[in-house]
Design a protein around this ligand. Structure first.
Ligand code: SF4
Length: 430
């Protein structure tokens, strides 16, 4: 289900140098943080995500992941039923029984996430205490963490952020005198990780590790000799947790498109004092290949007017890519949360006249969007059909999270994701 929350206040906007930043609050229409399980359960191969929630939560995950139950997916739901809600059952006992049954059936599980939901938060179930109790009992073979995926005041990419922030607590400390290392933070498809590993190796940067790792036994160490790059702009809590461990953030744009990927790699290269000539030598082929491939879509997208509804929190880096590499005209760029600390380099690359909106007031945004009549609207699934019915062309924002879009070799695919709805529309008009 999507979270619909309606505090009806509209604070005044704020104006800074560069793009205009406005803020508004009101009715929201976004998926909840449970959605992150759809891609996270494929990433950490010996982890299991146990949602503690309602049948609605179970239905959301099951249908969003599109996995048949007999395929033994690495997620499930412990259903909070009427007896739990009425206080007739000992929820802790029931949870322990569910976890024991799960581990008997799935002895390969090494890392168990108890994932909170709206119902578990409303009845104030203390999953932190439950995770500590279970961890103590099941150590060392299974470690148990918890995080919230609820839709109460959150958006769907915050599920990954909360999961990774919880994982930071499990990262081992660095060895004394540890060599410096690079940590790439954010769930990436393995093919993309491999491409980045090759580029870092050619640059002479390493060791390079990833959070989340492919297996829970490969948790990377973190400490003052760790520098980290964010692969996703929505990892605010994770980045803050890493900084609290003494790790150093390497600031820069995100690796979307040719320009963004080069700038992202450069942030690490500068920290490793890689000579500019060597940097160009390593990155030139990939950057040229990406630029060339992206150009194929420029013809279709240049001059098109694009409107972003707040949804995935990828909006600002994607708007920068569309504007600078594809010549798109940005009408409005909405994002659920604007983490200026991690997005400063991206905002600096946006046109000065673009308007950024943080937060959501659905009614106002729909009014502005309909009045602007953009060529393409990037929005959540729930808004796409009504807007298409109004004659607007839409792109589902969530598709940008499920599709590999990072790095040089995916830049053309990323451009195509925006070009395709326009192509489809022009074909329908013929
Ligand atoms: S966590 Fe909340 S918003 Fe998400 S599916 Fe469950 S009840 Fe719905």
């Amino acid at each position: 289900m999507t979270a619909m929350i309606s505090p009806a206040t509209v604070p005044a906007g704020a104006v800074g140098r560069g793009p205009i930043i406005q803020r508004e609050r009101g009715e929201r229409q976004v998926f909840c943080g449970l959605t992150g399980i759809v891609w996270l359960h494929r990433k950490i191969q010996d982890a299991f995500f146990l949602v503690v929630g309602s049948r609605t939560c179970a239905h959301l995950i099951q249908s969003a992941a599109g996995v048949m139950i007999f395929a033994e997916p690495r997620f499930g739901t412990a259903i909070i039923d009427e007896r739990d809600l009425a206080g007739l059952a000992d929820v802790d006992e029931e949870l322990d029984r569910t976890v024991d049954g799960l581990l008997r059936r799935r002895p390969d599980i090494r890392l168990l996430f108890l994932v909170g939901s709206c119902p578990s938060e409303v009845i104030k179930l203390d999953l932190g205490r439950a995770a500590a109790r279970l961890s103590h009992r099941l150590a060392p073979s299974v470690r148990v963490l918890h995080y919230s995926g609820s839709g109460i005041e959150t958006t769907f990419t915050e599920g990954e952020d909360a999961c990774l922030a919880a994982l930071v607590a499990l990262l081992p400390p660095e060895q004394p005198q540890a060599e410096r290392s690079l940590l790439v933070v954010g769930a990436l498809p393995e093919v993309v990780e491999d491409q980045f590993c090759r580029l870092f190796a050619d640059l002479g940067i390493g060791p390079v590790r990833f959070l989340p790792p492919r297996r829970s036994g490969q948790l990377p160490p973190a400490g003052p000799n760790t520098s980290f790059l964010l692969a996703q702009p929505f990892l605010d809590a994770t980045a803050r947790a890493l900084k609290a461990r003494g790790a150093r953030y390497l600031a820069g744009p995100f690796p979307f498109g040719a320009e963004g990927t080069t700038a992202w790699l450069r942030a690490a290269a500068d920290h490793w004092n890689i000579a500019p000539d060597r940097f160009r030598e390593v990155t030139l082929a990939g950057e040229s290949r990406a630029s060339h491939a992206v150009q194929r879509h420029r013809e279709r997208l240049a001059g098109k007017r694009v409107f972003f509804f707040p949804d995935s929190q990828l909006e600002i880096p994607l708007a920068r890519f569309l504007s600078r590499e594809l010549g798109v005209d940005l009408i409005e760029v909405g994002t659920t949360y604007l983490h200026q600390q991690w997005l400063a380099a991206e905002i600096a690359l946006l046109p000065d006249d673009v308007v950024l909106w943080e937060g959501q007031h659905l009614g106002n945004q729909l009014d502005r969007c309909r009045a602007a009549r953009p060529d393409l609207v990037v929005c959540g699934l729930g808004l796409a059909n009504p807007l298409e019915a109004d004659g607007l062309t839409t792109k589902w924002a969530i598709e940008l999270v499920f599709t590999p879009i990072h790095g040089y070799d995916q830049a053309a695919d990323l451009a195509e994701l925006f070009a395709r709805p326009l192509d489809r529309k022009s074909r329908l008009e013929v």
